[in-house]
Design a protein around this ligand. Structure first.
Ligand SMILES: [Zn+2]
Ligand SMILES: [Zn+2]
Length: 287
C-alpha cells in the first residue's frame, strides 16, 4: 500500500486530499482545495493563491487516474463541485439528505443535479462497507464535524484496508473533539490515521478551551490504539504557527510509545509551509 498526501495545510493550502494505491486500485479521498477568504483580517496572499493553483493541478492529475473517489462532506476544501474528474468513477459520497446541515444539503443537491461528469456508480458512504477488487473500504456512521451537535453538521470517515494495512482518513472530526468518535476509530484498528486535528487557532473564539483540551486528550487516546503506527496531524491544527507547542503532550506520548506523529508535508518529505498562518508576515515582507 502506498499513501500519497497530495495537498494539506502544512503544504500551504486548505485541503486533506489523499490518494491510497493498494490492490492495483487508486482510492482518492476528498479531492477539494481552498484557502481562507480572511485571516488576521487579510485576504489571501499571492503565494497562497499560487500554491492553490499548483496543488489543484496535482489533485486533478491524480483524480483523473483514480478508480474510487470519496467525498467525506460538502465543504469546498473536501470536494470540488466544478470538477470533470468523476466521469466513469465509483463515487462514494456523504449522504446528501440525512445527518447533514442545511448549507451542505443544498450544496449536495446542487452537486448531484448538475454534475458535469457522470460517475459510473454513486454510493452513499454513511455506514457503508464496500468491496472493490481485493480492497475493503469501510465508512463510518456520520460523525460530528468537531464537537457533538456542531452547526457544521457531520462527516464520514474512510478506512482503506488491503488485508495487510489499514489507513483511516478522519475528515473534519477535529482531533476528534467527540469522545464517541474515539471509540469508533479504535474499533476500526487502523495502522495509520490521517487526522485533521483541532482548530487551536480558534480557541476561546469559535471553539471552547475545553473542546480543544478534549481533542488533545483524544489524540493521546488514539496513540494508545495497539495497531496504530503512524499518526498524521494536519489541516485545522496546521493553521496555528504554535502547533508544536500546543500538541506538546501528544509528542511526548508518541515518543513514550514509539509511535510516529508528523504532518502531511513531513510524511511526503516536503518542507512545512503554513502559508495561511504566515499570512500577516507574507503581506508585510513579500509584497
Ligand atoms: Zn469541513
Ligand atoms: Zn476541512
Amino acid at each position: 500500500m502506498k499513501v500519497k498526501l497530495l495537498a494539506f495545510d502544512s503544504m500551504g493550502v486548505r485541503s486533506t486530499a489523499t490518494v491510497v494505491y493498494a490492490g492495483g486500485l487508486r482510492v482518492f479521498v476528498d479531492p477539494g482545495i481552498s484557502y481562507a477568504p480572511r485571516r488576521y483580517g487579510l485576504p489571501p496572499h499571492r503565494l497562497e493563491l499560487e500554491r492553490v493553483r499548483e496543488l489543484k493541478r496535482v489533485i486533478y492529475e491524480e483524480a483523473y487516474k483514480a478508480d474510487v473517489i470519496v467525498i467525506s462532506h460538502y465543504h469546498y476544501d473536501h470536494y470540488d463541485p466544478q470538477a470533470d474528474f468523476y466521469e466513469g468513477k465509483i463515487l462514494v459520497i456523504k449522504h446528501p439528505e440525512r445527518n447533514i446541515n442545511i448549507s451542505q444539503r443544498i450544496r449536495a443537491a446542487k452537486f448531484l443535479k448538475h454534475k458535469i461528469s457522470l460517475p459510473e456508480k454513486i454510493y452513499y458512504a454513511d455506514n457503508l462497507l464496500l468491496e472493490v477488487g481485493s480492497l475493503r473500504l469501510k465508512f463510518s456512521q456520520p460523525v460530528p464535524h468537531g464537537p457533538e451537535g456542531s452547526k457544521l453538521g457531520y462527516v464520514v470517515m474512510t478506512l482503506i484496508d488491503d488485508g495487510n494495512y489499514k489507513v483511516l482518513h478522519t475528515s473534519d472530526t477535529q482531533g476528534p473533539i467527540s469522545e464517541s468518535v474515539v471509540e469508533i476509530i479504535a474499533g476500526m484498528k487502523p495502522n495509520m490515521i490521517i487526522d485533521c486535528g483541532p482548530p487551536t487557532y480558534f480557541e476561546g473564539y469559535r471553539v471552547s478551551s475545553s473542546d480543544i483540551e478534549r481533542a488533545i486528550n483524544n489524540i493521546i487516546k488514539l496513540l494508545s490504539i495497539p495497531s496504530l503506527e503512524t499518526l498524521i496531524i494536519d489541516h485545522h491544527t496546521l493553521r496555528d504557527l504554535n502547533y508544536k507547542h500546543r500538541l506538546e503532550k501528544v509528542f511526548i506520548k508518541a515518543r513514550e510509545l514509539g509511535k510516529r506523529v508528523l504532518t502531511a508535508a513531513e510524511y511526503m518529505g516536503k518542507p512545512i509551509e503554513q502559508l495561511e498562518a504566515m499570512r500577516r508576515s507574507l503581506w508585510q515582507n513579500l509584497k
